[in-house]
Ligand binder design. Structure first.
Ligand code: ADP
Ligand code: MG
Length: 235
């Protein structure tokens, strides 16, 4: 009975998502079509700026499709025992480059060696990038993005903190809803994707925020401390 209900719920969700993505993809397609029509009549100079806009809209449609595909992916993902710190360190040059372009900075506060987790590396990278990019987009120049790790007896936590605009209480409820965005160029799929990745790792994600001060996303992964004792290695 329960799984039947789950199936109905899943089908409803897929239907809603399909409607959402159709709408989202039609917008950039309509813009591209409009510009192509205009381009027929324009001089080479004017064409340059149209070219830029057309490329941006196509990139946007592409990223909607990519996010949507990752979201619709099967719940079974390949996991391996990897140190979370390695993944963060591998990503940090990318985050740094992105932050630098915006005049922002990135701080890593990696705690002592963490228990090893079963992780899908590609998905965890996507999780960190999505959270990090949201933070950067919420901050102006001089903003600071901080990635922090810590662990308790049975959980490993990743904290993503920013000094950005913060999130109002009414918006907080909708954050993880597919297609919810406050950005003109946003897809609203980033956090939905983060949630589905965290759930595929049996973890949880929470948010604390103060408008005008900043936001903190906490991702928490469970681990089996007894099993972990056999695998724990110094990082
Ligand atoms: P998108 O980034 O495409 O808008 P997301 O699902 O990644 O979609 O985020 C949804 C919305 O949540 C954003 O539009 C923004 O309003 C809000 N948000 C997410 N992260 C932050 C953050 N760190 N600071 C402020 N607002 C945020
Ligand atoms: Mg986003």
């Amino acid at each position: 009975m329960r799984s039947e209900l789950d199936n109905v719920e899943r089908l409803t969700l897929v239907g809603q998502m399909a409607a959402g993505i159709t709408h989202e993809i039609r917008n950039p397609m309509a813009v591209v079509r409009g510009f192509l029509q205009l381009m027929r009549e324009k001089s080479p100079d004017e064409l340059n700026s149209y070219y830029q806009l057309v490329m941006e809209e196509l990139d946007r449609a592409n990223s909607i499709i990519n996010d949507f595909l990752s979201l619709a992916q099967s719940r079974v993902s390949h996991k391996e025992r990897v140190p979370l710190h390695h993944i963060i360190e591998e990503l940090s040059p990318l985050l740094w480059a992105d932050a630098n372009l915006r005049g922002q900075s990135v701080e890593l506060r990696l705690g002592p060696a963490l228990p090893l987790l079963e992780l899908n590396v590609r998905e965890i990278k996507q999780l960190i990038l999505n959270l990090g990019r949201n933070s950067m987009e919420a901050m102006g120049a001089k903003g600071v993005l901080t990635l922090e790790t810590r662990h308790t007896a049975d959980r490993v936590e990743l904290l993503v903190r920013d000094t950005g605009s913060g999130i109002s209480e009414s918006q907080r409820e909708k954050l993880f809803t597919p297609f919810f965005t406050t950005k003109s160029q946003g897809t609203g799929l980033g956090l939905s994707l983060c949630l589905s990745i965290v759930e595929r790792h049996e973890g949880s994600i929470s948010v604390e925020s103060q408008e005008g001060v900043g936001t903190l996303f906490t991702v928490s992964f469970p681990y089996d401390s007894e099993e972990n004792a056999r695998f724990a290695v110094a990082e």
